[in-house]
Design a protein. Structure first.
Length: 329
């Protein structure tokens, strides 16, 4: 028997795949790429973890555009923030179903645990999601299978139910203990890491949708910096540390503006949209606010377009906090 194991990047999905693999099932690890995972310094680390713990190569499939389409109008709505968890899981299982014949798989494995997530991991949702994806009875959840109804692979003897687990609820100790037992090491965090559950990120995403700017290019910026809406068509993103400063400079594309203080410690910023001279000055004043300069002093800020090497300088007074908060997203 073969099973597609959905790998999220967290511990639970690795554990689920390992448990099924231990029953002699051939596991095909599959990761769907969406643009809302936490920033990872080494993007190849996920593949390394799968190779180290499962001895297999991770297959990656890009779901970015389909996921952005779901975000515009999720059938089952959002969670406490901008997380369309049920629609997201239906999308992933539907794509997995479409790959089963190509990969020769008989069923699908996930790392879900009953009661761990309030929106998508209660019994009704765990039943609904496979049915909507066309995989009713063919999704095995090894970590909590013994507190759920039997699936087709269990009934037919493809997997042994007594070799599956009965995890339930939000406690993480059972997973951590199982990881030790199975000698799984170096996992990045106990459970995945979706930015859509973060209130600040969700606020910025909602604002992006309201301005009809939801696309891969703009979503990529949401992971970095402090965000300011200067006009209906103009945004400024200010780095919060040296790493973000460098990333923002690298993300600048033709037509974007790059701002930075040439003579004092401070933040780099990326400006995107329709910049007038007054908006350039406003941007410089915002960046001056984050410079290491004595109170009451003017600050020199350099600016240029991404494609232009020639820099211009404006000397400005830092924008006060009251005005700053009016335009902060």
């Amino acid at each position: 028997m073969k099973a597609i194991a959905l790998i999220s990047g967290g511990l639970d999905s690795i554990l689920a795949a390992k448990v099924i693999q231990g029953q002699g099932v051939e596991v095909i690890p599959l990761h769907f790429k969406i643009p809302f995972c936490h920033k990872v310094k080494d993007s190849s680390r996920q593949s390394v973890l799968v190779k180290e713990n499962l001895g297999l190569d991770l297959i990656k499939v890009d779901l970015e555009q389909e996921f952005l389409d779901v975000l515009k109008n999720p059938r089952y709505g959002f969670g406490s923030n901008m997380n369309p968890c049920i629609d997201c899981k239906i999308l992933m299982l539907s794509k997995a179903k479409g790959l089963m014949q190509e990969l020769g798989a008989d069923f699908v494995v996930t790392g879900e645990v009953l009661g761990q997530r309030p929106m998508s991991q209660h019994k009704q949702a765990l039943f609904l999601i496979p049915r909507r994806a066309g995989l009713e009875g063919l999704v095995v959840r090894p970590l909590c299978a013994r507190v759920l109804a039997e699936t087709i692979p269990e009934i037919k003897g493809w997997v042994r139910r007594d070799g599956l687990l009965n995890f339930n609820g939000r406690r993480r100790n059972p997973q951590v203990d199982l990881a030790k037992e199975l000698q799984i090491k170096d996992y990045a965090w106990p459970s995945g890491g979706c930015l859509l559950t973060d209130p600040g990120f969700s606020r910025r995403l909602k604002e992006l949708i309201e301005h009809k700017e939801l696309n891969a290019r703009e979503v990529g910026l949401l992971k970095f910096g402090r965000h300011f809406r200067l006009s209906p068509n103009t945004k400024l993103v200010v780095g919060r540390d040296e790493e973000e400063d460098n990333q923002l400079a690298d993300l600048a594309q033709a037509g974007d503006y790059v701002f930075m203080p040439p003579e004092t410690a401070g933040s780099t910023a990326l400006g995107r949209g329709n910049f007038t001279q007054s908006l350039i000055k406003l941007s410089c004043s915002i960046i001056a606010r984050y410079c290491d300069k004595p109170a009451g002093a003017n600050v020199k800020i350099s600016y240029r377009t991404a494609q232009d090497k020639e820099e211009k300088i404006l000397e400005v007074f830092p924008l006060d906090d009251v005005e700053l908060e009016k335009i902060r997203i």
